[in-house]
Design a protein around this ligand. Sequence first.
Ligand SMILES: [Cu+2]
Length: 656
Amino acid sequence: MIATLLISLFASTDTIDEPTRFVDEVVVVSTKTEGRKRSAKGQVASIDEHIGELSHVNLVRRGSYAWEPVVNNMQTERVSTTIDGMKIFYACTDKMDPVTSYVESGNLQSISLNSGLDGNPQATGNIGGSLDLKLRKVGFDQDPFHLDASAGYEANGHLQVYGVDAETSSHRFYANGGVFYRHADNYEAGGGEEVLFSQFQKVNAFGNMGVRLSERDVVEGTFIFDRASHVGYPALNMDVKKAQGIITSLACKHRFNHPWLNDWETKLYYNHITHVMDDTRRPNVEIHMDMPGRSWTSGLYSLLTASNGIHETQLNCDLYYNRLSADMTMYPGGAAPMHMVTWPDVGTLNTGVALTDRLSLPHRQTVRLSAKVAMQWQRLNSEEGLQALSVFFPGMKEAYHQTTGRVAASYTWQPTHWQLSLGTGWGSRAPTVTEAYGYYLNNTFDQYDYIGNPRLKNESAVEVNGGVKWLPSPHLSIGLDANAFFFSNYIIGEFENRLSPMTVDAEGVKVYGNLSHATIVNTAFSAEWRLLSWLTWNTRLSYAIGRDDQSDPLPLISPLAYTSSLTFAYKHFQGKAEVRGNGKQTNNGKKYGETATPAWAIGNISGQYTLLIHEHALTFRTGIENLFDKRYSTYSDWCDIPQKGRNVYVNLAWAL
Ligand SMILES: [Cu+2]
């Protein structure tokens, strides 16, 4: 899987390597690539829908746009998300804009997930796992010209998607670029109730370019512009007027003519995010608020790869500087506006070295070792923010330093008919800006105002994981996998009764603190059975447990979840019928303000037909989600906002 990072230099980017550990996964986004996992809606599906195909991933939904990926039942704080190895940080104090919301399906080739502490080389703070979004670059020596167009429509919410992209390629040069547009009105929950403030609109433009300087040297550049506007968040008190991201990079790649040194890639990047919230369209707002946030990151990484037939080694050095600021102005009718710094303009300089080695042993055995150490310096640049926080933490400094690291080892053995894997690791993460320096951030999940704690210790965890897959025949596979994370200094909001909240209607105040220990365990069963040459049955069942230091349930841990599907393929036709559901949530984090979510199950059907006209493929996809129009919400729907009711969709993709 790590090898997918290296493929684009001299080969076509269409190769997807098999994961080295079968607990890692790749979901394919681009229409040009065939892969094991992809959304039934094809490329027209949103990034969130593509990510949802990964089996260790759940999504926290605050509206119908910009869902937050949760890996191994851990949210953004414990997950690393990179775009082609680039660090990028969201700009909203309410998590309205996970970094996955600043790209579009058309930008991507694939999304790869490394489960747990064995992260990709650029990942830091990845206790739960690391996601890397791989950009779709056409690469050298491809078709001289290629044009793709796609359009999609979903009846529920009148979602419209239009995309067009063009590619040109030769031995010396390549370029590809495109434009995507999405627009949705409010959707309807099962039963027909309109979910107010669930609309959104998004435009995305991108370009990639590569120039071959010599047979062994290549320069590549990337540019992405992404802008979402008038995005509603039914689970929150506010909407987004504008969320805009600009992502740029320039990379040099060299291929060695050497027995074991392979490639050397150095990438420079810069990205900038502007986030502007808006409550002017909401009725009955007592105190109007302006809450802008800004994040920019500049960085570089340099990745050296070597292999000699036994070892496959990667050495990566990275460095980034991120600047994060947010503030809030309240306008109490008539009275003077009140200004508050919610993220005190924090500058973070982080640098790390990572080493990964994959060792191929006889009898189809492999060992993978990875380690990373990173140093971080932070400075609070807002005097106003520092003063405000100093009231709660007298004597707090304006500068902080943290050192974090991770090590992981895994072993896989693939004798005939079996795949076995065992792994372990240790890793730590520094507190996020919200956890360390956030100031009165209202959380609508538990209705508390949260205050950061600059005295937090780093959180760390020991991971153990294992998996076994039995493949008695080419038509059948049955797998079991599990992982467990044993945390020390687990970071979570703790009740602070001495403070009163600032937000109207808030229950109280919580201050981030370290719990001495906590545990998260994830287990899954999966089976695939090819009943007939044209018919396959897939099923997956997962269960997780999360406990704090007093053995009480942690919040946002998935209840029993299952999916079961039948896929049929005949010539150019593919169809799928699926059941998805969750059991009743019994281990909800009561102590943390989480209510139990009832059990639910829904049915989906989809079909796809590809027509070849003079070697140009025209793909027609259609389907119905939530076939029986069931009204439900999942445990990870923020404030129990209901999911979409019955939704009929059609989309068309055309390749010239
Ligand atoms: Cu926001």
